[in-house]
Design a protein around this ligand. Sequence first.
Ligand code: SAM
Length: 290
Amino acid sequence: MALPAWAGDGIDVTRPSVARVYDYYLGGVHHFDADRAMAEKAIADWPDLPLIMRSNRAFLRRAVTYLARAGIRQFLDIGSGIPTSGNVHEIAQNLARESRIVYVDTDPVAVTHSRALLAGNPATAVLAADFTRPGELLTAVRDLALLDPQKPTALLLNALLHFIPDSAQPGEAIATLRDALAPGSYLVISHATHELHPADLTNRHRDLYRSNTASRMTMRGRTQVEAFFTGFDLVKPSFDRVELSIDRAETGIDRVETGIVLSERWHPDEAASPAQAERFPIWVGVGHRP
Ligand SMILES: C[S@@+](CC[C@H](N)C(=O)[O-])C[C@H]1O[C@@H](n2cnc3c(N)ncnc32)[C@H](O)[C@@H]1O
């Protein structure tokens, strides 16, 4: 079968890819039958999924806007995905033309399509590199000579870490990346959680990814997500009144804000729905490296 130009060469279209399934949820056009079939199966079980993905994407937009307004001009976006509307370079360069962005992904379609889209944008680059090999990733970023290691950088790990199992040591990888960041840098994380929905639903969802894709999906709790911010000071999420209807004794989720909140509650704008936050099971946070 001849593949479209955006797919590049030699990809396996018979097995769903995390990046292409996500593109489908978001209403993109870069996916194949196997991706669509898996996404439709997941949506039949959990109809909110496309909205949940949009909530994740909206958080990314608000976080990048916040950082650009805070003066950040360099972004390292790992697990950047297939370009869709509201890409990091569009948001950042719209607010500050000189912003530089390095996109990193392991998915060949994400890399090929990002390169094609960014061909005329010299302040951006796209790397095929793996988060779980942070030493190699940092060398490749350094070789590009696009980001100045002496200047603050925003490290974006948005909807990436729930595809990294504990055995791949995500905390260690973050620490390696963190140690390469200049003071004044930031870390942005969004992460799927099992804490807000019945276990049989979240287990089925996780198992669908595990049995159909190459990724071992691992949802995590708020405490585990907070631990990824070791060495960073969490930015206040600016949503003071937390009205979780879920039972704290059951979930262990504290009502006191620490900086890790549900996606709709992090610096909500007029498009966000903080009152409905519990429909969107994504813990998010932004940390500042002193
Ligand atoms: C759900 S998408 C998130 C896209 C984007 N960051 C967002 O939040 O809209 C997850 C991306 O992580 C990528 N990914 C998964 N494992 C990775 C790894 N070990 N290193 C780099 N990227 C990875 C996938 O290919 C996919 O494009």
